[in-house]
Design a protein around this ligand. Structure first.
Ligand SMILES: O=P(O)(O)O[C@H]1O[C@H](CO)[C@@H](O)[C@H]1O
Ligand SMILES: O=c1cc[nH]c(=O)[nH]1
Length: 240
Protein backbone atom coordinates (compact mmCIF):
# COMPACT_ATOMS: atom_id res chain seq x y z
CA UNK A 1 0.00 0.00 0.00
CA UNK A 2 1.31 3.43 -0.99
CA UNK A 3 0.92 6.19 1.63
CA UNK A 4 0.47 9.32 -0.49
CA UNK A 5 1.28 12.15 1.95
CA UNK A 6 4.20 10.36 3.55
CA UNK A 7 5.27 9.17 0.07
CA UNK A 8 6.32 5.77 1.38
CA UNK A 9 5.32 2.18 0.73
CA UNK A 10 3.74 0.50 3.75
CA UNK A 11 6.00 -2.51 3.26
CA UNK A 12 8.96 -0.34 4.33
CA UNK A 13 7.32 0.58 7.64
CA UNK A 14 7.95 -1.18 10.96
CA UNK A 15 5.19 -1.67 13.55
CA UNK A 16 6.94 0.77 15.93
CA UNK A 17 7.28 4.46 15.20
CA UNK A 18 8.45 7.61 16.95
CA UNK A 19 6.64 10.75 15.80
CA UNK A 20 7.66 14.35 16.45
CA UNK A 21 6.74 17.77 15.11
CA UNK A 22 10.10 18.98 13.91
CA UNK A 23 11.76 17.31 10.87
CA UNK A 24 15.18 18.24 12.35
CA UNK A 25 14.28 16.35 15.54
CA UNK A 26 13.30 13.32 13.43
CA UNK A 27 16.76 13.44 11.85
CA UNK A 28 18.39 13.73 15.29
CA UNK A 29 16.45 10.76 16.65
CA UNK A 30 17.27 8.72 13.55
CA UNK A 31 20.99 9.29 14.25
CA UNK A 32 20.58 6.86 17.18
CA UNK A 33 19.41 4.10 14.83
CA UNK A 34 21.78 1.61 13.21
CA UNK A 35 21.69 1.55 9.39
CA UNK A 36 19.40 4.55 9.47
CA UNK A 37 17.93 5.58 6.11
CA UNK A 38 15.81 8.52 5.00
CA UNK A 39 12.84 6.75 3.37
CA UNK A 40 11.04 9.86 2.12
CA UNK A 41 10.62 13.58 2.52
CA UNK A 42 7.33 15.17 1.52
CA UNK A 43 5.82 18.38 2.98
CA UNK A 44 6.48 18.33 6.75
CA UNK A 45 6.67 14.53 6.75
CA UNK A 46 10.23 13.21 6.87
CA UNK A 47 10.49 9.47 7.42
CA UNK A 48 13.61 7.64 8.63
CA UNK A 49 13.97 3.96 9.50
CA UNK A 50 16.68 1.87 11.07
CA UNK A 51 17.44 -0.49 13.94
CA UNK A 52 17.57 0.17 17.67
CA UNK A 53 18.86 -2.73 19.73
CA UNK A 54 18.02 -4.96 16.78
CA UNK A 55 14.41 -3.72 16.44
CA UNK A 56 13.30 -2.09 13.21
CA UNK A 57 11.94 1.38 14.12
CA UNK A 58 10.85 4.42 12.09
CA UNK A 59 10.94 8.09 13.01
CA UNK A 60 8.48 10.41 11.27
CA UNK A 61 7.95 14.16 11.60
CA UNK A 62 4.33 15.35 11.63
CA UNK A 63 4.68 19.15 11.61
CA UNK A 64 2.84 21.65 13.80
CA UNK A 65 -0.83 21.19 14.65
CA UNK A 66 -3.40 18.45 14.79
CA UNK A 67 -4.87 18.33 11.24
CA UNK A 68 -1.50 17.79 9.52
CA UNK A 69 -0.32 15.47 12.27
CA UNK A 70 -3.53 13.42 11.99
CA UNK A 71 -2.84 12.76 8.29
CA UNK A 72 0.53 11.38 9.35
CA UNK A 73 -0.88 9.24 12.20
CA UNK A 74 -3.70 7.85 10.04
CA UNK A 75 -1.40 6.92 7.16
CA UNK A 76 1.09 5.26 9.52
CA UNK A 77 -1.72 3.19 11.03
CA UNK A 78 -3.10 2.33 7.56
CA UNK A 79 0.45 1.19 6.79
CA UNK A 80 0.40 -1.29 9.69
CA UNK A 81 1.98 0.71 12.55
CA UNK A 82 0.88 -0.61 15.95
CA UNK A 83 2.94 1.49 18.41
CA UNK A 84 3.41 5.26 18.28
CA UNK A 85 5.32 7.46 20.71
CA UNK A 86 5.27 11.23 20.29
CA UNK A 87 8.57 12.84 21.31
CA UNK A 88 7.63 16.49 21.54
CA UNK A 89 8.02 19.82 23.28
CA UNK A 90 5.50 21.68 25.44
CA UNK A 91 5.00 24.68 27.70
CA UNK A 92 4.55 24.15 31.44
CA UNK A 93 1.44 25.06 33.46
CA UNK A 94 2.87 24.23 36.88
CA UNK A 95 5.73 25.84 38.81
CA UNK A 96 7.27 22.49 39.73
CA UNK A 97 7.28 21.37 36.06
CA UNK A 98 10.42 23.29 35.25
CA UNK A 99 11.93 24.19 31.87
CA UNK A 100 14.27 21.38 30.83
CA UNK A 101 12.17 18.71 32.58
CA UNK A 102 10.09 15.97 30.91
CA UNK A 103 6.36 15.29 31.03
CA UNK A 104 4.77 11.97 30.12
CA UNK A 105 1.15 12.47 29.13
CA UNK A 106 -1.33 10.05 30.72
CA UNK A 107 -4.26 11.76 28.99
CA UNK A 108 -4.87 14.91 26.98
CA UNK A 109 -7.58 17.55 27.16
CA UNK A 110 -9.18 17.76 23.71
CA UNK A 111 -9.11 21.48 22.95
CA UNK A 112 -8.04 20.74 19.38
CA UNK A 113 -10.44 20.99 16.46
CA UNK A 114 -9.49 17.72 14.79
CA UNK A 115 -10.58 15.20 17.40
CA UNK A 116 -14.03 16.77 17.82
CA UNK A 117 -14.64 16.06 14.13
CA UNK A 118 -13.88 12.34 14.46
CA UNK A 119 -15.33 11.37 17.88
CA UNK A 120 -18.28 12.65 19.92
CA UNK A 121 -17.96 15.23 22.67
CA UNK A 122 -16.80 13.66 25.93
CA UNK A 123 -14.76 10.90 24.30
CA UNK A 124 -11.49 10.72 26.29
CA UNK A 125 -8.03 11.11 24.78
CA UNK A 126 -6.06 8.60 26.83
CA UNK A 127 -2.60 7.14 26.47
CA UNK A 128 -1.87 3.43 26.18
CA UNK A 129 -1.23 2.20 29.74
CA UNK A 130 1.53 -0.28 28.99
CA UNK A 131 3.60 2.00 26.79
CA UNK A 132 3.08 4.93 29.16
CA UNK A 133 4.16 2.91 32.20
CA UNK A 134 7.32 1.97 30.32
CA UNK A 135 8.05 5.66 29.66
CA UNK A 136 7.43 6.48 33.33
CA UNK A 137 9.69 3.67 34.61
CA UNK A 138 12.46 4.49 32.15
CA UNK A 139 12.34 8.21 32.96
CA UNK A 140 12.66 7.46 36.69
CA UNK A 141 15.91 5.64 36.00
CA UNK A 142 17.44 8.71 34.26
CA UNK A 143 19.10 11.72 35.83
CA UNK A 144 16.38 14.11 34.72
CA UNK A 145 13.41 15.70 36.43
CA UNK A 146 10.28 14.03 35.05
CA UNK A 147 6.55 14.18 35.70
CA UNK A 148 3.46 12.38 34.47
CA UNK A 149 -0.12 13.54 34.25
CA UNK A 150 -2.67 15.30 32.07
CA UNK A 151 -1.59 17.56 29.22
CA UNK A 152 -3.64 19.98 27.12
CA UNK A 153 -3.79 20.08 23.33
CA UNK A 154 -4.63 23.42 21.73
CA UNK A 155 -4.74 24.53 18.10
CA UNK A 156 -3.56 28.02 19.02
CA UNK A 157 0.07 29.00 19.54
CA UNK A 158 -0.23 32.82 19.59
CA UNK A 159 -3.16 34.31 21.49
CA UNK A 160 -5.80 36.07 19.41
CA UNK A 161 -8.78 38.16 20.50
CA UNK A 162 -9.90 35.38 22.86
CA UNK A 163 -7.71 34.84 25.93
CA UNK A 164 -5.79 31.57 26.31
CA UNK A 165 -7.50 29.16 28.75
CA UNK A 166 -4.26 28.88 30.77
CA UNK A 167 -5.66 29.76 34.19
CA UNK A 168 -8.49 27.20 34.22
CA UNK A 169 -6.23 24.31 33.16
CA UNK A 170 -3.48 25.37 35.55
CA UNK A 171 -6.05 25.32 38.38
CA UNK A 172 -7.27 21.91 37.22
CA UNK A 173 -3.72 20.54 37.60
CA UNK A 174 -2.88 20.13 33.92
CA UNK A 175 0.90 19.85 33.61
CA UNK A 176 1.67 21.21 30.16
CA UNK A 177 0.28 22.42 26.83
CA UNK A 178 1.20 21.46 23.28
CA UNK A 179 -0.58 20.92 19.95
CA UNK A 180 -0.95 17.24 18.87
CA UNK A 181 -1.22 14.70 21.72
CA UNK A 182 -5.04 14.68 21.98
CA UNK A 183 -5.42 13.87 18.29
CA UNK A 184 -2.76 11.15 18.53
CA UNK A 185 -4.45 9.47 21.52
CA UNK A 186 -7.93 9.77 19.98
CA UNK A 187 -6.89 8.34 16.62
CA UNK A 188 -4.92 5.53 18.27
CA UNK A 189 -7.94 4.60 20.44
CA UNK A 190 -10.44 4.44 17.59
CA UNK A 191 -7.99 2.55 15.33
CA UNK A 192 -6.99 0.09 18.08
CA UNK A 193 -3.25 0.82 18.26
CA UNK A 194 -1.00 1.83 21.18
CA UNK A 195 0.11 5.45 21.61
CA UNK A 196 2.05 7.37 24.24
CA UNK A 197 3.72 10.77 24.49
CA UNK A 198 6.70 12.35 26.20
CA UNK A 199 7.48 16.07 25.92
CA UNK A 200 10.41 18.28 26.89
CA UNK A 201 9.38 21.50 28.66
CA UNK A 202 10.66 24.61 26.88
CA UNK A 203 9.30 27.27 29.27
CA UNK A 204 6.18 28.39 31.11
CA UNK A 205 3.15 28.48 28.82
CA UNK A 206 1.81 31.70 30.25
CA UNK A 207 4.99 33.57 29.33
CA UNK A 208 4.70 35.79 26.27
CA UNK A 209 5.47 33.28 23.51
CA UNK A 210 6.16 36.07 21.02
CA UNK A 211 9.02 37.26 23.28
CA UNK A 212 10.13 34.28 25.32
CA UNK A 213 9.66 31.15 23.20
CA UNK A 214 13.02 29.48 22.57
CA UNK A 215 13.06 25.71 22.15
CA UNK A 216 16.71 25.77 20.95
CA UNK A 217 18.61 26.24 24.23
CA UNK A 218 21.31 23.85 25.51
CA UNK A 219 18.94 22.87 28.32
CA UNK A 220 16.34 21.86 25.70
CA UNK A 221 18.94 19.96 23.68
CA UNK A 222 19.73 17.90 26.78
CA UNK A 223 16.05 17.29 27.56
CA UNK A 224 15.34 16.25 23.95
CA UNK A 225 18.38 13.95 24.01
CA UNK A 226 16.97 12.31 27.14
CA UNK A 227 13.36 11.96 25.89
CA UNK A 228 14.54 10.42 22.63
CA UNK A 229 16.54 7.75 24.51
CA UNK A 230 13.62 7.01 26.84
CA UNK A 231 11.21 6.69 23.87
CA UNK A 232 13.56 4.44 21.89
CA UNK A 233 14.06 2.19 24.93
CA UNK A 234 10.30 2.09 25.56
CA UNK A 235 9.69 0.83 22.03
CA UNK A 236 12.12 -2.07 22.35
CA UNK A 237 11.15 -5.36 24.02
CA UNK A 238 7.51 -4.29 24.19
CA UNK A 239 6.43 -7.90 24.83
CA UNK A 240 8.07 -7.90 28.27
O1 LIG B 1 8.10 20.29 19.23
P1 LIG B 1 6.87 19.68 18.62
O2 LIG B 1 6.91 18.21 18.61
O3 LIG B 1 6.57 20.24 17.26
O4 LIG B 1 5.65 20.14 19.59
C1 LIG B 1 5.31 21.46 19.92
O5 LIG B 1 6.00 22.49 19.23
C2 LIG B 1 5.21 23.03 18.17
C3 LIG B 1 5.07 24.51 18.38
O6 LIG B 1 6.29 25.14 18.21
C4 LIG B 1 3.88 22.29 18.21
O7 LIG B 1 3.90 21.27 17.25
C5 LIG B 1 3.85 21.77 19.63
O8 LIG B 1 3.02 20.66 19.85
O1 LIG C 1 2.52 24.33 21.88
C1 LIG C 1 3.48 24.66 22.57
C2 LIG C 1 4.75 24.06 22.44
C3 LIG C 1 5.77 24.47 23.23
N1 LIG C 1 5.56 25.45 24.13
C4 LIG C 1 4.36 26.03 24.28
O2 LIG C 1 4.18 26.92 25.13
N2 LIG C 1 3.34 25.63 23.50
Amino acid sequence: MYLPNLKIDAKDLPEKVIVCGDPERAKLIAEDLDDSKLLAQNREYHTYAGFYQGEYIAVVSHGVGSPGAAVCFEQLIQGGVKYLIRVGTAGSYQKEVKPGSLVISTAAVRRDGLSSQIVPEGFPAVADLTLTNRLIELSKSQSIDSHHGITLTLDVFYQGAIAFPHEEYKNAGVLAVEMEIASLFTIASIRGVRAAAIVAIDGYADADLAEDYNPHTDQMKQAIEMEKKIALEALTNTDK
